[in-house]
Ligand binder design. Structure first.
Ligand SMILES: [Zn+2]
Length: 283
């Protein structure tokens, strides 16, 4: 363990005395891992299954529970028995399912015909209900894109919208699978989060401050490097001098759901930060 810490050490990121003082009264952070776009399609070397293995067995914290924003009818994946079995395994292993899409492709909800959008919400909720035994309470819209109309529709279907604090920027939309700047990207994002925590902007839930992290489980690079990503998160927390909870990742579905709900967007007019260039694109 000492070796891996030494090998991964990141230079501490300095902070102002004011930030240091304000952080003293804040709870430790806890990483809330989320995965978008799954289940993955390949029948062999399936990246979603690989991620499930790593969450269950890794040197940092075995038995991590995560939130999967799933595509219940994606062509060749969620629509198949193979895909549904992956979703069943996620539930069986104590993970939480949220809604991402229930159309054959990764469609932008805003651009679907209203009746198609409405049908996809009903379908996705029914699909998740059938697998999880309860309806999804959380939604993450494809492309992080929503407006007042779609936001209200989510609410009417009992779903709360969750964005993210830290993004691995590993969505296929970026056209690259690997990120050579994984460590500096996470560090930069977590430094911003530190300021928001110091400013008292993030709620404490069950004794810790949930920090939402987003990945794409359909990305095989992400899957191959999942254990390393966990280490990067811990290293970055240390570098920005944010203490982590005794169990730095969520290990219980109910606690994870409370944390996610507390971090969800409460008003469609609320100004939000989207990962990458999305704020710029949607404005
Ligand atoms: Zn997506």
């Amino acid at each position: 363990m000492a070796i891996s810490v030494a090998a991964c050490a990141i230079e501490p990121v300095p902070m102002s005395p004011q930030t240091a003082e304000r952080l003293k009264s804040q709870a430790p952070i806890r990483f809330l891992l989320t995965f978008d776009d799954g289940p993955a399609r390949p029948r062999t070397d399936n990246s979603t299954l690989s991620i499930l293995d790593t969450l269950a067995h890794n040197p940092l914290q075995p038995g991590i529970k995560a939130l999967f924003f799933v595509q219940t009818r994606s062509s060749g994946a969620g629509e198949t028995e193979f895909g549904r079995n992956i979703l069943r395994r996620e539930v069986a292993e104590g993970h939480l399912l949220g809604f991402h899409s229930a159309t054959p492709h990764h469609a932008n909800h805003r651009f679907l015909k209203p009746e198609v959008f409405e049908q996809s919400l009903n379908d996705g909720i029914a699909d998740i209900m059938a697998i999880q035994g309860s309806a999804p309470k959380l939604v993450r819209p494809p492309f992080w894109n929503y407006d007042k109309r779609t936001f209200v529709a989510y609410q009417q279907h009992g779903m709360h919208l969750l964005l993210t604090d830290l993004s691995a920027n590993d969505g296929k939309i970026y056209g690259i699978k690997a990120s050579l700047r994984r460590r500096s990207n996470m560090l930069h994002l977590l430094t911003d989060v530190r300021e928001r925590i110091a400013a008292g902007e993030l709620p404490t839930v069950d004794g810790s401050i949930p920090v939402v992290v987003s990945f794409h489980d359909v990305n095989s690079y992400t899957a191959d490097h999942m254990a390393e990503y966990l280490q990067i998160l811990i290293d970055c927390a240390r570098a920005v001098q944010l203490p982590t909870a005794a169990q730095p990742f969520y290990d219980d579905k109910a606690t994870l759901e409370r944390a996610a709900l507390a971090r969800s967007v409460s008003d469609s007019a609320q100004s939000v930060r989207l990962p990458g260039l999305w704020n710029w694109l949607w404005e």
